[in-house]
Design a protein around this ligand. Structure first.
Ligand SMILES: O=C(O)CCC(=O)C(=O)O
Ligand SMILES: [Fe+2]
Length: 405
């Protein structure tokens, strides 16, 4: 259908290429299309937005050799505590192979997703063009919030499939209960992620209450986290000038979150270095700013530890898929299928008696659900400022969310 975005690889001259690149940028960020200067009107490239002096990172670092899978579940996954695990990528081929030169050589012609257009179609650029874009002082080097490769189909598309063999899903995250939905129908769950300084991910909670791991192979990422239950209206206020993109969020809301009168949970800072794997439990808000040229792989998953929350969100947000999932669980994991049935009966009873599920859950859960139940997992990377904004709610209405995890 919208293959026009895909035609970038077929052109030759530089003017033609520039024209096509502009077209791709316009498609990916139509709100910046009034004038070329919109892309760099904030001057973030000249600011100290990527300077992390004074940022304190207190997240524990644990080498995988010192953390058994059972310990991970008990200490971090069940209590939903973020952690950084080191050494997991030491033996991955990606640690050797994912250099700019090799990536260009192997995948230079292949088009990776750099955004979505206003109709939700993927906007793609060939990898070699993207490398040029990143280092171009008139594009990636100057743009306030540069295009970001965030490709959730790299492992399925012919041209990039071999990349999947370059990393392994770490032992801690292998349960992957959505696999029972089937490869074709399960929500997207793995992304190749690459971007320069100032690109990143605006504040969000991952969809369907799934947890995530994110391994950085090159460069540095700055994370800001808020625990489950942090009201959306505090961390994503509906006001002019506060946008969802990482750069603008870090230069507005983040600064407020550091002030003495910040009304809600303290922001948790994290500075991710190459080779580190961040674990983000379901329900945690997170924003990520790339501090230099970064290369990462991330996957979302469901395990026994987050199953109940994910089930509730999936039943509500993806009802048809949830029934297919339940059917498969009845065969493969009858224990979890029984849990799902139990939860469903309890929720339906609550509905029938008109009682709010608030009484049986913390406010934290109602605010996770306001985010992730209403978005599908395919929106893991949402277009900044699009439907995300429409879904913003006032604090008061958020507390009334009838659904809670
Ligand atoms: O590396 C990033 O930009 C963050 C990724 C992220 O938050 C996500 O994949 O959900
Ligand atoms: Fe995320």
């Amino acid at each position: 259908m919208r293959e026009d975005m895909d035609s970038a690889a077929n052109c030759y001259g530089n003017d033609e290429r520039e024209r096509k690149l502009r077209k791709v940028k316009r498609a990916a960020r139509s709100e910046l299309s009034n004038s070329k200067g919109d892309w760099y009107k904030h001057g973030y490239a000249q600011s100290d937005i990527c300077n992390t002096t004074g940022v304190e990172d207190h997240i524990p670092r644990i080498h995988w050799k010192d953390l058994s899978p059972e310990e991970f579940v008990e200490r971090f996954e069940r209590p939903r505590i973020p952690v950084v695990i080191t050494g997991l990528a030491d033996n991955w081929p990606a640690s050797e192979n994912w250099t700019p030169d090799l990536l260009k050589q192997l995948y230079g012609e292949h088009k990776f997703k750099v955004g979505s257009d206003d109709e939700g179609y993927a906007v793609r650029l060939p990898m070699s063009w993207y490398f040029d874009y990143m280092s171009d002082p008139l594009h990636g080097g100057r743009d306030d919030s540069p295009l970001y490769i965030f490709d959730g189909t790299f492992a399925d598309r012919e041209g990039s499939k071999p990349m999947r063999k370059d990393y392994e899903v770490p032992l801690y995250f292998q349960e992957d209960l959505f696999r029972y939905v089937g490869e074709k129908r399960r929500p997207p769950y793995r992304w190749f992620v690459m971007g320069p300084a100032r690109s990143g991910s605006g504040l969000h909670i991952d969809p369907l209450a799934t947890s995530a791991w994110n391994t950085l192979l090159a460069g540095h990422k700055r994370w800001a986290l808020f625990p489950p239950g942090t009201p959306r209206c505090h961390v994503l206020p509906r006001e002019q000038g506060v946008e969802r993109e990482a750069v603008s969020w870090f230069s507005t809301v983040y600064l407020r979150a550091k002030e003495a009168d910040w009304p809600t949970a303290q922001v948790v800072d994290l500075l991710q270095a190459p080779g580190e794997t961040v674990f983000i439990p379901g329900g945690w808000w997170h924003a990520v700013l790339n501090l230099d040229n970064t290369l990462a792989v991330t996957q979302n998953y469901v395990s026994e530890a987050n199953f109940e929350r994910v089930w509730k969100h999936t039943r509500k947000g993806r009802p048809k898929m949830s029934q297919r999932w339940l059917g498969a669980l009845e065969q493969e994991r009858p224990d979890l299928a029984a849990k799902a049935h139990d939860l469903t009966i309890r929720e339906d009873l609550e509905c029938d008696t008109g009682s709010s599920s608030d009484s049986s859950s913390s406010s934290s859960d109602s605010s996770d659900s306001s985010d992730s139940s209403s978005s599908s997992i395919s929106n893991k990377r949402q277009r900044p400022g699009s439907d995300a904004k429409a879904r913003m709610q006032e604090c008061t209405s958020e507390r009334k969310e009838p659904f809670s995890a």
